[in-house]
Ligand binder design. Structure first.
Ligand code: FES
Length: 71
């Protein structure tokens, strides 16, 4: 489902961005352009980000920055 028509950003795109480390709308906008034209998608995009973050937390997912180095 398209969340941002202007930049062709879908809910799947947002969920993928969250899985790659996006944690807020600012990050999403920088990465995808979501919300950079008319802005009518911003609230819905934030809802999708929050849902994706909650899903990740429920699954115990780690962020891409949580890499453990071995000696
Ligand atoms: S619908 Fe996202 S900027 Fe217009």
């Amino acid at each position: 489902m398209f969340i941002c028509i202007c930049q062709a950003v879908t809910d799947s795109t947002i969920r993928r961005a969250v899985s790659e480390g996006v944690t807020d709308f600012h990050d999403l906008s920088y990465k995808t352009g979501c919300g950079t034209q008319c802005g009518s998608c911003i609230n819905l995009a934030r809802e999708v980000i929050d849902e994706a973050l909650a899903d990740s937390a429920a699954l115990g997912a780690t962020t891409p920055l949580q890499v453990v180095a071995s000696p």
